[in-house]
Design a protein around this ligand. Sequence first.
Ligand code: ATP
Ligand code: ZN
Ligand code: MG
Length: 394
Amino acid sequence: MEADTLSFVPAHAIPEFLLGEIQAKLAYVDEWIVSAQVQPGQIILRLRQAPTPERSLEIEQKVQRVVTSMARGAIRPRAEVLEDVLDRPVPYRSDPMDALLERHEVSQEAPGLFTVGPLLSRLIGFFEGIFLDLADSFEAPPYRFPTLIPASYLERVNYFRAFPHSLTFATHLREDLDVIDHFAQHAHCKHGELSAPPDSFARVQALLSPAVCYHLYFALADRPLPGGRLAATAVGNCFRYEAINLVSLERLWNFTMREIIFVGPKEYVLENRETARQRMRRALEQVGLAYRVESANDPFFIGEFRKQAAFQSAFQLKFEIRARLPFKDSTLAVGSYNYHQDFFGRSLNITLPDGSPAHTGCVAFGLERMAFAFLAQYGLDPEAWPDFVRQNAA
Ligand code: ATP
Ligand code: ZN
Ligand code: MG
């Protein structure tokens, strides 16, 4: 074993269906963890440096806390597959990231931050066209939301408890001449990090928004829902800090999400979610994407994970469109069909004409991921793309 590697047996046998979830969470356990590999009977961590015995113990204990919290008593989620064209033949097998970087079609600013050039931008524009057509088919009008979201908003919908690990905070210098002068004279960057006295910064009032649809629910809060039902669409920058899991275009810190959002009675939301899926199925057929739609859960943090994931699964609240990534023999979520029951209606006091809380749901697409998955299946040469895509995106 290398000196900077730590390997031990998990305190609970980890069921197959939790391997990926637990591995993803280990990114947040200790700043020394560079990579984690989770197998049912063994966990292997690579660390920034060789640990002392005390550090080894400390890290192992933190990892065991995650394992125990997530694996003990975990119930296998009800796995349901609604669409399966995962085996659709596709011509490309390489990681498109290599070619994209080589051709300067993308460039990396920092982990999770990428500039995207014309090829991907056109492809994203093409997918946006599909999503806008879908929104039109529901007569869902456009909205525009800020990139920042007030801290008090996220608090009100329990986001701090559910997803603390991926939050991104926005701040500014305190309104104080001395603080601003000092910053102007001395602030500098070292190893990509800004160096300035921590008390230069104001307390956090806002965060970078992790999702799009929340903004709509807040705009509807504390009053009766006009007309008793509503469909809307918006696209926005979303931020999720995914630590060492930030790899290539697959997992970004800053990405773009298009959502179509439904607010109203339960049946209205569920029927529209289903109709959206049927319409997307036809669109994805034309695109030629190899994918599967299957039940899923949100990436809740460890304290909330077991309960919330089981709840989502039992009530079929989330389905993901998982596109095939031939180069790594795995799949990647490019979109999701979500139903929140009356969670937002209750939390935010959005009422239906009969006085009951509104139900909500959204269909959400990750634009960079959609384009990335397509390129992973068809490559960068438009000659090899299905006609429908070549004619509209090249
Ligand atoms: P994952 O399971 O991959 O962590 P998620 O379940 O958190 O994703 P949703 O909350 O359903 O994702 O978000 C809707 C869509 O936004 C996802 O299907 C995906 O396409 C995109 N998305 C989510 N997180 C990221 C990210 N870090 N980078 C790029 N796209 C993302
Ligand atoms: Zn949403
Ligand atoms: Mg997911």
